[in-house]
Design a protein. Sequence first.
Length: 103
Amino acid sequence: MKWIIALLAVLLLLLQYRLWLGDGSIPEVLHLQNEKEAVAEERAQLDERNAALNAEVQDLKGGLGAIEERARSELGMIGKDETFYQFVQPKKTPPADEPAQAR
């Protein structure tokens, strides 16, 4: 009878070892669940980015408005019959109490 109890105790310890430290253990499952959530969040961000890029591509393919906007903002182009104005901010002058440095 004692050897049956000893055998059952050894089996219990082996099963506990596998549950806590072996392949598919509880800590490993929790780690994989956290990793899965992080990957799902990253995928959602990438899907959102892809949707925005796809909308931009469709806009560029569909009309001249988006192309004209890009030409104006990125290339600094102007259209026909338009006048280009550039505003230059004045240089900062030192306060009157400080002497001007030699250049």
